[in-house]
Design a protein around this ligand. Structure first.
Ligand code: NAP
Length: 285
């Protein structure tokens, strides 16, 4: 039997229409335009695509989005000062840093510099720490997207064996915290995992975000598994994920496609975080 294929675009549309109403009401209440600034350093084709999609989504829900661009060789001091200025600017309600950034910049320093209440991505140590202890306020957008999809499909997490293939700070680690907070049993695999199949084939829920085409084949999953593909790989034939979709969909119970799965929901989750930072900034919480 073929798996249920999740329609991330539809889920994202539902979220966006709720956010549009929320933003309308909040603008009326606060009499202030929500403004979110994205810092872009250098040029990156996939970042540009993502920025364009996010910008369109901001316009649709009524959030003003502006981009501050810097050369790839900009100094760390300039970027840190820019973030400080945005932190202190009361007309700015949210800050994004577009990753990846050039290697001479410390990602951790940039993340730490963004004020917790303007931290749309939930990467500031205060927000990440709160996510870790189950006080989820501003949660990183991609993990939130995966959780949103699982909840939307009413997939129970408590007691489930979940394997995440990704141990990055922006995907795997915060996602593990979200799932542990909901009493799943979580294993994290990465490039040094000795036998990926031994883990993945026992997972009730397999979430993969390695950025490696065809990393997950039908032999990597158990029958009727839930498979969520976070990976985005650009190929000459278009975008694909980590999962060999055609074979895996014949064995899984539920599967997310790429494109049209996690990606659109991630953008919707970013909008939802922007509403939170807007409220926090205006109400000074
Ligand atoms: N859909 C969305 O909304 C969304 C959002 C963000 C990112 N993404 C995509 O998600 C992927 C991951 O993004 P990221 O920023 O987290 O990238 P990243 O920092 O490169 O993380 C990739 C992770 O996968 C692991 N990995 C790589 N190759 C592997 C292999 N052969 N076997 C097992 N594990 C392997 C890496 O382990 P090591 O660190 O040990 O190498 C690392 O933990 C990318 O394709 C990115 O484009 C999608």
């Amino acid at each position: 039997m073929t798996a249920t294929i999740i329609n991330g675009r539809e889920i994202a549309k539902e979220i966006r229409s709720k956010i549009t109403m929320d933003v309308q009401q909040l603008k009326k209440k606060y009499q202030k335009e929500p403004l979110v600034i994205t810092i872009v350093i250098g040029e990156n084709l996939s970042s540009e695509l993502y920025l364009k999609l996010r910008n369109t989504a901001c316009i649709e829900v009524g959030i003003t989005s502006e981009i501050l661009r810097f050369d790839a060789n900009v100094s760390e001091a300039t970027i840190l000062q820019t973030i400080q200025d945005l932190n202190n600017d009361p007309s700015v309600h949210g800050i994004f840093i577009q990753y990846p950034v050039a290697p001479h910049l410390s990602v951790n320093k940039l993340m730490q510099c963004v004020a917790a209440k303007k931290d749309v991505e939930g990467f500031n140590p205060e927000n990440l720490g709160r996510t870790l202890v189950g006080d989820e306020v501003l949660v990183p957008c991609t993990p939130l997207s995966v959780l949103t999809i699982l909840q939307h499909e009413q997939i129970q997490l408590q007691g489930k064996d979940v394997v995440i293939v990704n141990h990055s700070n922006i995907v795997g680690k915060p996602l593990a915290a979200l799932l542990l907070n909901r009493n799943a049993t979580v294993s994290i695999a990465h490039v040094f995992t000795k036998n990926l199949k031994a883990y993945s084939s026992n997972a009730d829920i397999l979430i993969t975000g390695a950025g490696v085409k065809n990393l997950i084949t039908k032999d990597h999953i158990k029958n009727k598994a839930i498979v969520v593909d976070v990976g985005i790989i650009e190929t000459k034939d278009g975008v694909c994920g980590d999962v060999d979709f055609e074979s895996v969909k014949e064995k899984a119970a539920v599967i997310t496609p790429v494109p049209g799965g996690v990606g659109p929901v991630t953008i919707a989750c970013a909008l939802s975080n922007m509403v939170k930072t807007y409220q926090k900034c205006v109400e000074d919480k």
